[in-house]
Ligand binder design. Structure first.
Ligand SMILES: CCCCCCCC/C=C\CCCCCCCC(=O)SCCNC(=O)CCNC(=O)[C@H](O)C(C)(C)COP(=O)(O)OP(=O)(O)OC[C@H]1O[C@@H](n2cnc3c(N)ncnc32)[C@H](O)[C@@H]1OP(=O)(O)O
Length: 170
């Protein structure tokens, strides 16, 4: 992978919340209409992330024809959405809500329609309100070199305050 995203080397450790989703269970959608994880988002990705040990989670995205960009391959924005969601859901295992400030995607190889794309996400650590996370994607059928990877810088917010202000019309 050739990312230029800089992860500080002196991150503070992040901690799994005591009441976080149990290992092996699906992390519940944070919003039923979320494009990434919401069951009611008709055109969405419907990602179901399984909580792992610590601050990790895994999901499989079936790369459907409706996700195409170039002929026969996934659209870059769809992959970015999936990565954003995977890291956002994984961050929730800390028991906080963090929104994306920076999203970095390394498109290492074309990903064909029909691929079962396994995505492994984890929280790398904290710096104050900043959360650094990463995700790596593989072909679930033929694991080998990663097909893509992503990093995110998320910022912890008070969700009621953040979304109330975000929805206010000037
Ligand atoms: C009605 C009630 C509802 C209640 C219930 C709701 C439940 C919902 C549950 C869950 C939802 C989310 C689940 C995850 C979904 C997937 C993630 C997404 O897709 S999120 C969508 C896309 N992202 C945005 O829309 C953010 C838009 N941006 C902002 O709102 C602000 O810019 C924000 C919050 C990111 C930062 O604003 P500041 O004013 O709070 O904080 P500042 O001081 O600017 O930044 C804090 C630190 O971060 C750095 N920072 C911020 N932006 C940066 C950047 N672009 N590059 C580098 N550093 C940055 C700053 O330099 C600062 O660092 P230093 O503490 O000084 O070291």
């Amino acid at each position: 992978m050739k990312t230029t995203f800089v992860v500080p080397d002196d991150l503070e450790p992040a901690r799994r919340a005591d009441d976080a989703t149990a290992v092996g269970d699906v992390i519940p959608p944070h919003n039923k209409r979320c494009f990434g994880c919401g069951p009611d988002a008709m055109q969405g990705l419907h990602l179901q992330a399984i909580a792992g040990e610590g601050l990790t989670a895994t999901a499989v995205l079936e790369v459907e024809r409706r996700f195409a960009g170039g002929p026969g391959v996934i659209h870059g924005g769809i992959l970015a959405s999936a990565f954003d969601e995977m890291m956002g859901l994984t961050n929730m295992l800390m028991g906080t809500i963090a929104v994306t400030a920076v999203l970095d995607v390394d498109y290492a190889a074309p990903i064909q329609v029909g691929t079962s794309l396994r995505m492994d996400a984890r929280v790398l650590g904290l710096r104050g309100r900043k959360v650094y996370s990463e995700v790596v994607a593989y072909d679930a059928a033929t694991p080998g070199d990663p097909l893509a990877g992503g990093h995110g810088l998320f910022v912890v917010v008070d969700p009621v305050d953040h979304f109330t202000r975000a929805n206010a019309r000037p």
